[in-house]
Ligand binder design. Structure first.
Ligand code: 13P
Length: 338
């Protein structure tokens, strides 16, 4: 990678972390998007997915709160109802377009209950194609379940090595990698167990990024917050979870990383916002990196529920989307009040 490319990538990473802004993850795979549509009886068709994504990217004033949007490949290939490319609509709105490039998870052979993310084969050529379509960053998600004897070191190593190889390929192609290691919330594990696993995963990740010679200054980390499992009876306060998350990140994420943008991971939307707010309120400028959001569910779900697949609800759904984006933008600054 030459110096010009390096500075382009570093500038993009900083623009994604712009003050008061975060990312909109709208990169649900078609099966995941369909599952969410099914809840509201919305037809599960490419056209409806297109209409929904169009509603999101054309919400007026979205760029006040959103620096970048992560698209799904289907959306990149579709045109809006006015015949425009989604990438162009985002660029005109002042939002940096990005794309999810992993192809999803499959069972990790010999390791029951664990997954490996696929998508490295042919990725180099796909990334060149995406960069020439105007996309400026790319996301890859690895997942880790907590349970009896899992995650294993083998699962952690396999997934973090894939994340590092994808990140190296992204930077080579001129795309900022959004590196997403997600410790899942499903299970009855405690806050301490979540913290211990998250730290193991992040340590392995940064070791692998180092080994693959990835430029830390030109990536964004997209981690889970450190939280007790959804079925844990000892749910902790917003303060405790924010403290545990920051402690874990401070122990494992080098200061050279330009920013951290959390996934919401199925937390109740309001809680995700409060936890992010608490981290910025209490630690804010004392942290080595800015912390913001890269939420899908925690921003989108109320808008989807309002839309219900009906054109007449589009404006109301966009108003709700903007409201949720604004709340999280305030949380990014530690200024959110319920
Ligand atoms: P959630 O915020 O719904 O977890 O989605 C973020 C994401 O990009 C998952 O890969």
């Amino acid at each position: 990678m030459n110096n010009t490319m390096e500075s382009i990538l570093i500038n993009t990473a900083h623009a994604l972390m712009a003050d008061g802004k975060g990312l909109l993850a709208m990169d649900e795979s078609s099966p995941t998007c369909n599952k969410r549509f099914a809840i509201y009886d919305i037809p599960q068709t490419p056209e409806k997915r297109r209409d929904y994504r169009e509603l999101l990217v054309t919400a007026p004033g979205l760029s006040e709160y959103i620096s970048g949007a992560i698209l799904y490949e289907e959306t990149v290939r579709q045109l809006t109802s006015t015949g425009e490319q989604f990438v162009d609509v985002l660029q005109k709105a002042g939002i940096i377009p990005g794309i999810k490039v992993d192809t999803g998870t499959v069972d990790l052979i010999n390791f029951p209950g664990e997954k490996i993310t696929e998508g490295l084969d042919g990725l180099r050529a796909r990334l060149i194609d995406f960069a020439s379509s105007g996309l400026r960053f790319a996301k890859w998600r690895g997942v880790f379940s907590i349970g009896e004897e899992i995650p294993t070191n083998q699962c952690i190593e396999a997934n973090t090595q894939s994340l590092a190889r994808y990140a190296a390929l992204c930077q080579q192609a001129g795309l900022v990698p959004i590196v997403e290691p997600e410790v899942l919330m499903e299970g009855n594990h405690s806050l301490d167990e979540s913290s211990e696993v998250s730290e193991r995963v992040l340590n392995s990740l940064f070791y692998q990024l180092y080994k693959q010679r990835v430029l830390l200054e030109a990536l964004i980390l997209k981690p889970n917050m450190v939280l007790p499992g959804l079925d844990c009876t000892d749910q902790k306060s917003v303060e405790k979870t924010a403290d545990a998350t920051i402690e874990c990140l401070k122990r494992s994420v080098p200061a050279a990383v330009p920013g951290i943008a959390f996934l919401s991971g199925g937390q109740e939307g309001e809680l995700a916002t409060e936890r992010l707010n608490q981290m910025n309120l209490k630690y804010g400028s004392r942290l080595p990196w800015p912390v913001t959001f890269s939420f899908a569910r925690a921003i989108q779900l109320p808008a989807l529920e309002c839309w219900k697949g009906e054109a007449e609800n589009t404006v109301a759904a966009q108003t709700i989307l903007l409201y949720k984006a604004k709340c999280n933008s305030l949380a990014r600054k530690g200024q959110y009040v319920m």
